[in-house]
Write a protein that binds this ligand. Structure first.
Ligand code: DGL
Length: 274
């Protein structure tokens, strides 16, 4: 029996994956989506590989038990650490990550091939982005930088102001300073789903000539292609979203509203234990 009536399952360590959910809602408006944010154990990005794989398997396992027709790992850290494990564990369920789509977006956006990837410590240390971009564009020169503090800033809903600008400067000033000798990077890839919240502050610091890309839209596009290829697409209806969190529904609703750009109520969010 076809599973097209089932929702798409999305998860992240926290709210960041909501940036991907927004893109999926725009690209696949007829699909139901179940989103799980593992806020009790956030951040994943400073944890070791084994812990990230374990948490990811548990979060994904919960969604799979509930019934989903596709899993979207809306977290770069979890994708970097666990995508092959997830694919093997949940086969034949389609499992999409955000790294390949993000790498494709950056490789195509850059004119001079000088690309900076910012992400969590674990994602940068894994080197997956650096490898994925060079696979698509062998002439690219990719510099990775871990920007650990951007995750708590985004989770706190701080998108601008002196603290945010100061943090962005501290992490990126040396790379994008006007006195840096050529060739200057022309593309900044947001390799963490939390980072789009800081977009205006990032653009101000890196300069308006630098193209800032993230993986949300390209991931949504890949999800659409994969569902269509498997005959699982839904159309001509309005999909519904279900929100699950492992801790503090009120906080999820408050900060989640900022990420989604629409109001979430505490009663819209269900508490689950992994
Ligand atoms: N949103 C996650 C990502 O894309 C990172 C947040 C965390 O460190 O848990 O990597």
């Amino acid at each position: 029996m076809k599973n097209s009536h089932l929702p798409v399952g999305l998860f992240d360590s926290g709210m960041g994956g909501l940036t991907v959910l927004k893109a999926i809602n725009a690209c696949l408006p007829a699909e139901d989506v179940t989103y799980l944010g593992d806020t009790a154990r956030l951040p994943y990005g400073t944890k070791g590989q084994e812990t990230i794989v374990r948490y990811t398997l548990q979060a994904a396992g919960r969604l799979v038990d509930m019934g989903v027709k596709m899993l979207v790992v809306a977290c770069n850290t979890a994708t970097s650490a666990a995508l092959p494990v997830l694919r093997e564990h949940f086969a034949p369920l389609p499992v999409l990550g955000v790294v390949e789509p993000g790498a494709a977006a950056a490789a195509h956006a850059s004119r001079n091939g000088q690309i900076v990837v910012i992400a969590t410590e674990a994602t940068i240390a894994s080197g997956v982005y650096q490898r994925a971009i060079v696979r698509i564009r062998p002439d690219a020169r990719v510099l990775g930088r871990a920007c650990t503090l951007f995750v708590p800033l985004a989770e706190e809903g701080w998108m601008k102001g002196p603290v945010v600008t100061g943090a962005v400067r501290r992490y990126l000033k040396d790379i994008f300073s006007p006195v840096v000798t050529a060739p200057r990077p022309d593309t900044l890839l947001l390799g963490c789903t939390h980072f789009p919240l800081l977009l205006p502050a990032l653009q101000r610091v890196v300069g308006k000539n630098v193209h800032i890309v993230d993986s949300a839209a390209t991931t949504a596009h890949c999800a659409r292609e994969e569902l269509a290829a498997r005959g699982l697409l839904r159309e001509n209806r309005t999909g519904i979203c279900r929100f699950l969190t492992t801790d503090n529904q009120a906080r999820f609703a408050r900060t989640g509203s900022l990420f989604l750009g629409r109001r979430l109520k505490c009663s819209d969010v269900e508490l689950v234990d992994l």
